[in-house]
Design a protein around this ligand. Structure first.
Ligand SMILES: NC(=O)c1ccc[n+]([C@@H]2O[C@H](COP(=O)([O-])OP(=O)(O)OC[C@H]3O[C@@H](n4cnc5c(N)ncnc54)[C@H](OP(=O)(O)O)[C@@H]3O)[C@@H](O)[C@H]2O)c1
Length: 253
């Protein structure tokens, strides 16, 4: 399927999880792919693993200077961007009473402020008709205890997606948001859960999902690739939840 043939696609946080799987999907659909991440070795290893000429750029999404450097690097290599997948993010979980200012700032700076300025800096390089996809979470509209800052950082993305879909419509740039439920990636371990904690969280999540399992990164990647392509040409300002039915209210049964 060549729905992204010769399109230039940037994936932030592309060295792992959903970002890596989406980079794979973009490549399979014919795109030229750029991935970013904050760890040079991880980014280079991922770019090599993806193959297909993938360009790996070390850029911390929390840094506006890094975003500017990223844009310059992509400009030199390709001169334009057709797809911007703003995916990089961290999970950080603590009861409201225990959240420190540093933790608050780190989550907001990566998940929201960084996402905002990444988009702002890429605007001059985006082709008219480009597609921006924001990776949010079902946490954006649910009330999971311990997720106050993470959830707010994601809710801010959903709001941004709606506003930008209006602001950028005159250039034909579509902006959509994807809200995954529990997806099997390294994010929980990176958030500090040990192996037992990760297994317990996944099991509990799967039990609550009507489809009775957690999701795979490749399943999210297919949705993102659809939104990136011309198949989604009349879709903007929309949100897609991909959670196996987790957030459907189950009043009975
Ligand atoms: N997995 C889920 O259940 C789930 C559900 C809903 C939403 N999400 C969202 O999905 C997105 C991808 O997460 P994932 O689950 O695929 O986890 P992941 O495997 O940890 O991927 C996150 C990616 O973002 C990168 N990243 C983190 N902070 C960064 C920074 N400051 N600058 C640049 N890159 C950074 C990570 O790099 P490192 O390898 O260096 O950490 C990694 O490549 C996140 O925004 C997350 O909030 C995940």
């Amino acid at each position: 399927m060549s729905t992204l043939k010769d399109k230039v696609a940037v994936v932030t946080g592309g060295n792992s999880g959903i970002g890596y799987a989406t980079a794979e999907e973009f490549l399979a659909r014919g795109a030229k792919v750029v991935i970013t991440g904050r760890n040079r070795d991880a980014v280079e290893a991922a770019a090599t693993g993806l193959g297909g000429g993938t360009l790996g750029v070390t850029a911390n999404q929390a840094s506006i200077a890094d975003a500017e450097g990223l844009v310059n690097t992509v400009k030199e290599r390709y001169g334009k961007v057709d797809v911007l997948f703003v995916n990089a993010g961290i999970g950080a979980f603590a009861p409201v009473n225990d959240v420190t200012e540093d933790q608050f700032d780190e989550t907001m700076n990566i998940n929201f402020k960084g996402a905002f300025f990444t988009i702002q800096k890429f605007l001059p390089l985006l082709n008219d008709g480009a597609s921006i996809i924001l990776l949010s979470s079902v946490n954006a509209f649910t009330g999971m205890p311990g997720a106050s800052v993470y959830s707010a950082s994601k809710a801010a993305l959903n709001s941004l997606g709606r506003t930008l879909s209006r602001e950028l419509a005159d250039r034909g740039i579509r902006v959509n948001t994807v809200n995954p439920g529990p997806i099997k990636t390294p994010i929980l371990a990176k958030a500090g859960l040990d192996e037992e904690g990760v297994t317990a969280f996944r099991q509990k999540s799967a039990e609550r999902v009507p489809l009775n399992r957690t999701g795979e990164s490749a399943e999210v990647a297919k949705l993102v690739a659809f939104l990136a392509s011309a198949d989604a040409s009349f879709i903007t300002g929309a949100e897609y939840t991909i959670d196996g039915g987790l957030t459907v209210h189950q009043l009975l049964g």
